[in-house]
Design a binder for this molecule. Structure first.
Ligand code: FDA
Ligand code: PGT
Length: 452
């Protein structure tokens, strides 16, 4: 079997792997990125394709342009289940042609020296004692099996987790997830019969009836083209997502021309706090594989880019010290938690609460501004739910004698704060990981009991 040596092997060229390659390119390392798909399909996965502009600005990623950009977004309109209340959250974003943008990032990395092999799958890891030292690859373009030895492997295989799932299950980076911490999501891209009104606004329809534990979305890709779909919580036996789609499409996208279907497909979305450790000896996990998705809105492309940025930073500093052990790569965890992970953990708590609300609770809560637009935006941006709002809510609700789950908002805000603080005290070294994880698990269990 052919044997090759690289400094870094990136497995998977989606948003997470491509961003890692982008930030490593031109920095003097010998980097190989592989993807199972052929070039023209890399980045082509079921997605709503909406990403906040803030992510590109913060990470120094180029804006999508030309065919990569389908629509410029000015904000989100959030509809209550009865559609009587509409909240508008303003903020710039992009509705992407995701494969086109993704492939451009890969091309830019390639032009700065990253080697890219398409149609190549990582079949299994190579371990030396407790250290990942490479992978066996199957290159279908050249019809070869290749063994690649490397200082560090970046696992960017998306929700499939197809590489890290072959590691010994005792390793923290092999951590599995609870099905209830996922959403099953399905979407189609269709042309509309008429011009879309306010086509620069994404629409999110919150409805437990038509999308239990998720929501319906209607994301315009231009004046006459829309990405429409829904998510439903996994592990709850809610039934087939296709049935929900068929049954409610006319309610949430009455203007689509069903004979003008351009794309369809579904996939799973992790909706939890990030992997407890995104690194181990010789390996870093990024993107969906590391559960980096926002638990409340299910968007994961922006945070996949953040994880790629943090991975590149950790690898470059490990090269300075020559230490590729868990210790040497630990900065990855600290970087990601500071940039997004602490907020994600807090939103994991908020998500558990939201998924238990009834449509009546949500109608009432939105109409009476028990939580306000600003509060939701602040929760979404920082992971903080302000107690003042919750306290006011308590007064309103008790005044009106309407006992419901909404009563527990104060508890929700407290636990969001608690878990965020735990994440802000993430262990500075691997030795304290187990103890820290136990406190997080305990806090989540306590919260589940408090709202059940
Ligand atoms: P991704 O899955 O994109 O990439 C993994 C890559 O690894 C693939 O190219 C695959 O071929 C490759 N691979 C896997 N195993 C391999 C192996 N063993 N060897 C070689 N290659 C391998 N997010 C968002 O920001 N805005 C949105 O609007 C939406 N909407 C949305 C709708 C729906 C229906 C879903 C299912 C999801 C979303 N998301 C989203 C989430 C978003 O799509 C997701 O978080 C990111 O695309 C994840 O990017 P990754 O690079 O982590 O994985
Ligand atoms: C409730 C559980 C839901 C589970 C998930 C469902 C899965 C569906 C599949 C995925 C669809 C993908 C949709 C992606 C949308 C992108 C939205 C977006 O870009 O949001 C921006 C940016 O957020 P960010 O974290 O990426 O970036 C932050 C910062 O800008 C970067 O520096 C922010 O806008 C929002 O978050 C708006 C709020 C969206 C809320 C989603 C609905 C939740 C339901 C709320 C109900 C409220 C009722 C309260 C009643 C008391």
């Amino acid at each position: 079997m052919k044997e090759l040596k690289y400094d870094v092997l990136i497995i998977g060229g989606g948003f997470a792997g491509a961003s890692t390659a982008f930030h490593l390119a031109g920095r003097g390392l010998k980097v190989l990125l592989i993807d199972s798909k052929p070039w023209n399909r890399i980045g082509d996965k079921p997605c709503g394709d909406a990403v906040s502009k803030a992510h590109f600005d913060r990470l120094g990623m180029p804006y999508p342009k030309g065919e990569e950009l389908e629509n410029k977004i000015s904000g989100i309109k959030l509809y209550s289940p009865d559609m009587e209340t509409v909240w508008t959250v303003n903020g710039e974003g992009f509705e992407l042609n995701a494969p086109a943008y993704n492939q451009r990032i890969l091309r830019e990395a390639e032009s700065k020296g990253v080697e890219i092999w398409d149609q190549t799958t990582a079949v299994k890891p190579i371990l030396d004692h407790d250290q990942v030292v490479g992978a066996v690859l199957n290159n279908r373009r050249t019809n070869e099996e290749v063994t690649v030895y490397t200082k560090v492997v970046v696992e960017a295989t998306g929700y499939s987790r197809s590489f890290r799932s072959k590691l010994p299950p005792v390793l923290p980076v092999a951590e599995d997830l609870d099905e209830r911490d996922t959403d099953i999501a399905y979407r189609e891209v269709l042309l509309t019969r008429d011009d879309i009104e306010d086509s620069d606004y994404l629409r999110i329809y919150v409805t437990q009836k038509a999308s239990p534990g998720g929501y319906w979305w209607y994301f315009p890709k231009g004046k006459n083209k829309v990405n429409v779909g829904l998510g439903i919580q996994g592990g709850m036996n809610y039934g087939s997502i296709h049935e929900y789609y068929k049954k409610y499409l006319d309610a949430y996208a009455p203007d689509v021309d069903k004979s003008k279907l351009l794309v369809k497909g579904g996939a799973l979305v992790p909706t939890r706090r990030p992997l407890y450790s995104m690194v181990w000896n010789g390996i870093i996990v990024v993107g969906d594989s590391a559960y980096t998705v926002n638990p409340v809105h299910g968007g994961g492309k922006g945070s996949a880019m953040i994880s790629g940025y943090c991975a590149a930073k950790a690898i470059l500093s490990a090269y300075e010290t020559g230490d590729f052990s868990t210790n040497g790569l630990w900065n990855m965890n600290i970087c990601y938690i500071n940039e997004y992970g602490a907020k994600q953990a807090s939103l994991d708590i908020f998500r558990r609460f939201l998924q238990k609300l009834s449509d009546e609770d949500i109608d009432y809560g939105m109409k009476k501004k028990v939580i306000k637009e600003e509060d939701l935006l602040e929760a979404s941006e920082k992971g903080d739910l302000h107690l003042s709002a919750a306290e006011k809510a308590m007064r309103v609700i008790s005044g009106l004698g309407r006992p419901s789950l909404l009563f527990k908002l104060k508890t929700v805000a407290e636990y969001m704060k608690r878990i965020k603080q735990l994440y802000q005290n993430y262990p500075q070294s691997p030795s304290m990981l187990k103890q820290w994880k136990e406190s997080v698990d305990r806090t989540i269990l306590e919260f589940n009991n408090a709202i059940s």
